[in-house]
Design a protein around this ligand. Structure first.
Ligand SMILES: Nc1ncnc2c1ncn2[C@@H]1O[C@H](COP(=O)(O)OP(=O)(O)O)[C@@H](O)[C@H]1O
Ligand SMILES: [Mg+2]
Length: 247
């Protein structure tokens, strides 16, 4: 993998280099919400290790805690108990500023509803993701082009999202997620809005990128066909891990 051009800090490298080494280590992880006097244990006592380079699906019915767990993995939320290590850092012990930096440099997100900016072209949507990391504008556009080529959208660079199909929009979102050369892509029901053929195409894009970009992928889905395309399947129910094909 290329060096991260934005890392001029001279501090420990932001990228986690150890392929095959644990990227995530979760122990007794808890996320409890209090809602109208009721307590919901959305994630309860989760122990999980995800190695660098793995492609893992998180399956389970609606309400089983998939999104809550992904938010914790994505450093978008903090646990109420237990520990979560990411790339040898204890996420629970980090400041908001450090978490923001990790999200910007090390984690790519893909959502069910694509979340593209409607007034920007495909290229613009990918380029804008590099803004927080102070990449020069011509370099942003070059990299955006390169990534859109990689996801098979080299012919759609100047299209607005409204001119793209659902599958194409999701592939733009995948290119955007890779913009800052993250260690991991966190995808929450990325095929939830797509028909089954398009879902397979989007999964094929992720699978190919996982190899070419050497990125770890965690994808939440309630679709059996989607989960079966990943090499490790983790099943959740009521906030707990009930089954792990790697176990
Ligand atoms: N911000 C929140 N406040 C209160 N309850 C929440 C919140 N987020 C999730 N929950 C609850 O946590 C449980 C798990 O939700 P979620 O992680 O969204 O499951 P899934 O993604 O598997 O559908 C549900 O009971 C949900 O209502
Ligand atoms: Mg969800």
């Amino acid at each position: 993998m290329e060096a991260n051009p934005t890392d001029t800090s001279g501090q420990a490298p932001a990228k986690f280099a150890g392929a095959g080494a644990p990227l995530y280590e979760l122990a007794g992880l808890e996320r409890t919400f209090s809602k109208g006097g009721m307590v919901v244990r959305a994630v309860r006592g989760v122990d999980l290790v995800i190695n660098s380079g793995e492609m893992v699906s998180l399956e389970g019915p609606s309400g089983s805690g998939k999104s809550t767990l992904l938010q914790l993995l994505g450093a978008l939320d903090s646990p109420t108990g237990g520990s979560i290590r990411f790339a040898d850092r204890d996420l629970a012990g980090l400041s908001d500023k450090s978490l923001t930096k990790i999200r910007a440099q090390d984690i790519g997100f893909v959502f069910q509803h694509f979340n593209l900016i409607p007034t920007l072209t495909a290229e613009g949507n990918v380029a804008v993701a590099m803004f927080p990391n102070h990449v020069h504008s011509h370099e942003r556009l070059e990299r955006a082009k390169e990534l859109l080529n990689q996801v098979g959208l080299g012919h759609r660079l100047n299209h607005l999202p409204s001119r793209l199909s659902g599958g194409e929009q999701q592939r733009v979102a995948i290119a955007r997620a890779l913009a800052n050369r993250p260690s991991v892509i966190i995808a929450d029901e990325p095929t939830g809005n797509l028909d089954s053929d398009t879902a397979k195409e989007v999964m094929a894009t992720l699978i190919a990128l996982r190899e070419s970009a050497g990125v770890t992928i965690v994808v939440a889905t309630h679709d059996e066909d989607v989960a079966s395309l990943t090499d490790r399947r983790v099943r959740m129910r009521d906030g707990e891990i009930r089954e792990d094909s790697a176990a």
